[in-house]
Design a binder for this molecule. Structure first.
Ligand code: FES
Length: 218
C-alpha cells in the first residue's frame, strides 16, 4: 500500500547532549512543525498519508514535479526525515572532481550505506536526484542542506550538508568528509521511480533487494 505525501522544507536542528533516540524524536516533531508553518510551500500532494500507513513503514510516493534544480524537499518515512534533492549540472560536475573526492572518507561508497543501485559517484538512481535518510551518522542530528558555496562555512565550502551539532560535513551526494566526527556516509533508503515525477520511498526497483536495516549505521 502506498500513499502520496506532502513534502516539507528542510531545516531542523537538535542540541548537544541529547541521545540518539531523542534526536530522532525531535527531528520528526520539528519537521512536522515546519511543514505546518510553511503551508505556502509550492509542492502540493494529492493525498496525505494515514498515520497507520506511515507507522507501519509502508512505501510512500512523493511527487517531485515542482522541485527545481538546486532545491531539496523533506518527507517522513518510518518516522525518519528523507531528503530528496535535485542537483544542478555544476553540482554534479563537482561531485566527480578530485577537489571533492580528495576530501572524503569513503568517496567510492565502499561501506554499505546504500543499495547496490546507488553505489556510484552520484549515490542515486538518476544523477540529478539524490535520496538520503537525513540523519547524521555521528549522533543522529539532522544535517542542514547548504548547497551554496562559501558563506559562513568558509571559502573551501562547495555546497553539501552541514551538521550543526558537532560540525560534520557531507558533500551533495551525502558522502562524509575526512576529519569530522561522523564516521559514515548518509544512508540511501530503498527507492525507485514510479514515473518521471514520482519517487516511491521504501521500495526497491524491480529485481533489486535491499533492506535499510543492513546499512552499517543510520
Ligand atoms: S550529530 Fe554530531 S556531527 Fe552530526
Amino acid at each position: 500500500m502506498t500513499d502520496t505525501v506532502q513534502p516539507a522544507p528542510a531545516g531542523a536542528e537538535a542540541h548537544d547532549g541529547e541521545t540518539r533516540r531523542d534526536f530522532i524524536t525531535i527531528a520528526a516533531t520539528a519537521i512536522a512543525g515546519v511543514g505546518a508553518v510553511c503551508a505556502a510551500w509550492p509542492l502540493i500532494s494529492s493525498m496525505n498519508p494515514a498515520e497507520d500507513v506511515l507507522a507501519a513503514g509502508a512505501p510512500i510516493d512523493v511527487d517531485i514535479s515542482a522541485v527545481q534544480p538546486g532545491q531539496q524537499i523533506v518527507v517522513l518515512w518510518r518516522s525518519r526525515p528523507v531528503f530528496i534533492a535535485r542537483r544542478t549540472g555544476d553540482e554534479l560536475k563537482y561531485l566527480q572532481s578530485t577537489q571533492d573526492t580528495s576530501n572524503l572518507r569513503d568517496p567510492e561508497s565502499e561501506v554499505v550505506q546504500q543499495p547496490e543501485y546507488a553505489k556510484n559517484w552520484h549515490r542515486s538512481i538518476k544523477p540529478e536526484y539524490l535520496v538520503l535518510v537525513g540523519i547524521c551518522t555521528h549522533l543522529g542530528c539532522i544535517p542542514a542542506f547548504v548547497p551554496q558555496p562559501g558563506g559562513s562555512l568558509g571559502s573551501s565550502w562547495e555546497g553539501g550538508y552541514f551538521c550543526p551539532c558537532h560540525g560534520s560535513r557531507y558533500d551533495l551526494a551525502g558522502r562524509v568528509f575526512q576529519g569530522v566526527p561522523a564516521p559514515y556516509n548518509l544512508p540511501v533508503p530503498p527507492h525507485h521511480f514510479v514515473s518521471d515525477t514520482v519517487i516511491r520511498i521504501g521500495e526497491n526497483p524491480p529485481g533489486s533487494v535491499f533492506d535499510l536495516n543492513s546499512v552499517e549505521q543510520i
